[in-house]
Design a protein around this ligand. Structure first.
Ligand code: HEM
Length: 441
């Protein structure tokens, strides 16, 4: 493992643990809104949490790509130096954003709330990443496997959507509220698609390596699902803009495209038995546990996503905790599970220190179950509180009365959040230990 990959992996794990820590504080602030209000109000904990956990997703996926690429092409990375600069700029920019949020220095838009100047380093390190990536795969491009397609799509679309998310700096977009909100939501919706591509590509690569079977990453069905995912990345953001009075056809196209995900759902159900058999075969491999969990979370989240894409349901659920359940269900259950599979895979396969993982195998299994069971309660409590909010809003219940009715759900949410935090810590310690002690090549 190179020093740079090691740096990316350790940074990713730190982002995950610190990010969840702020999420837990935010969860308790649902219950005690005045807690830490003086110096760490919810308006700071939320962006601290969200930006760190989203950075975890990007950084862990990036670490995987840097680690796997030389193994796929059979040649070293185009430039270790560029990768090192990527890591250094990312590290300093993350610290700068963190300090800005702590000091209450905002200036951006939702999800990218830091001062817009800090977007510049992101564009720079992403450009370095793209140069390195394309120059590395350029050397081996016959019969491109699916994970290369996915990573390529993810890298390009993150660059496009990130730039698009800053179009509001131009008066033509900023001065028209409908245009501004539509473009902003379009950019953020598609950006989710871009990191999904990076994460799913990683999942495919790890699956291929575990099963030792390359057919899945080259079969026509896999490419069909890739194009389905790409179509969703390009168009299904429209379901975020149902409430914006933009052109009607945008919502209609988005709705039809979202429903194509039913095909994906059907395929998951059809493959269910097969994946159970596979699970029995591979369950001794730690990373397989996480892929198996991601499979189940894809199913649960797809059911929820399809429900809330229906305009008449979306009308009630938009802006409630059901949307948060959708966002966290997917980013924890699917993205984080796949990325943990990737990190464990790297740790299991690259090291002469596998004994660290073997020694902690029992603990890792406990951490796995604590995280997933807590996540189930966490997800259900958000859906529960979303349903109560939608019903009470419809009845015109006063805000204070509604908050009282939500109290039980918020308790469950905060408690389950602590469970996820505990589970992730149990999972991260042996992983961090292993990566830290890994030999540098
Ligand atoms: C890997 C773990 C996690 C990931 C990837 C994650 C991701 C996210 C994302 C993407 C959002 C934005 C949702 C939206 O805007 O709709 C969010 C919001 C939030 N998360 Fe997490 N989360 C994680 C764990 C946790 C935990 C353990 C807690 C503890 C209670 C938590 C508490 C919160 C809170 C309070 C919000 C703000 C919701 C609001 O605006 O009302 N998160 N998280």
């Amino acid at each position: 493992m190179s020093k740079t990959v090691k740096g990316f992996l350790m940074l990713a794990l730190a982002m995950l643990v610190i990010g969840i820590f702020f999420g837990v504080i935010g969860g308790f602030q649902y219950l005690f809104p005045t807690w830490l209000k003086e110096w760490l109000p919810f308006t700071k904990t939320r962006p601290l949490h969200v930006s760190l956990v989203i950075s975890w997703i990007f950084t862990a996926a990036t670490a995987g790509i840097y680690y796997y690429l030389p193994r796929i092409t059979g040649k070293p990375l185009f430039s270790e130096k560029l990768a090192r600069w990527h890591l250094i700029i990312l590290l300093f920019n993350t610290v700068a954003i963190f300090i800005c949020y702590l000091l209450g220095l905002f200036g951006g838009r939702e999800y990218l709330e830091f001062p817009p100047l800090l977007a510049l380093p992101v564009i720079i390190y992403w450009a370095l990443f793209m140069i390195n990536y394309f120059m590395t795969i350029r050397r081996k491009l016959e019969r491109i496997p699916i994970y290369i397609w996915m990573w390529t799509t993810g890298l390009i679309f993150f660059f496009i959507t990130f730039c698009e998310a800053y179009l509001w700096l131009i008066p033509f977009f900023r001065d028209n509220i409908v245009r501004d909100v539509t473009v902003q939501w379009k950019a953020m919706g598609s950006m989710v698609g871009s990191w999904n591509m990076m994460v799913y590509g990683t999942g495919f690569y790890v699956m291929k390596k575990i099963s030792g079977n390359d057919n899945v990453s080259r079969s026509p069905l896999t490419y069909f699902f890739y194009f389905l995912g790409l179509m969703n990345l390009l168009f299904n953001w429209g379901h975020h803009t149902y409430i914006v009075p933009a052109a009607k056809w945008i919502g209609t196209v988005a709705y039809i495209i979202s429903m194509t995900e039913l095909v994906l759902l059907g395929s998951i159900i059809l493959n269910w038995r097969k994946s159970l058999n596979q699970a029995r075969k591979h369950f001794h491999i730690i990373s397989y546990h996480f892929l198996f969990a991601a499979d189940i979370w894809i199913f649960l989240n797809l059911c929820l996503a399809i429900c809330i894409s229906i305009p008449s349901i979306n009308y009630y659920t938009h802006g409630t905790h059901i949307t948060v359940a959708h966002a966290m269900g997917a980013t924890i259950g699917i993205n984080t599970m796949i990325l943990l599979a990737s990190l464990y895979f790297i740790a299991e396969s690259s090291t002469c220190r596998t004994h660290i993982l073997l020694r902690h195998k029992k603990k890792i299994k406990v951490g796995f179950w604590i995280t997933n069971i807590s996540l189930l309660f966490f997800w259900l409590s958000l859906i529960g509180s979303g349903i109560v909010t939608a019903m009470e809003k419809e009845k015109g219940t006063a805000f204070s009365v509604m908050m009282l009715k939500l109290s039980t759900w918020f308790h469950a949410f905060a408690g389950a959040g602590v469970g996820i935090f505990a589970g992730v810590i149990v999972l991260s310690i042996p992983l961090f230990n292993n990566i830290y002690r890994n030999e540098v090549k």
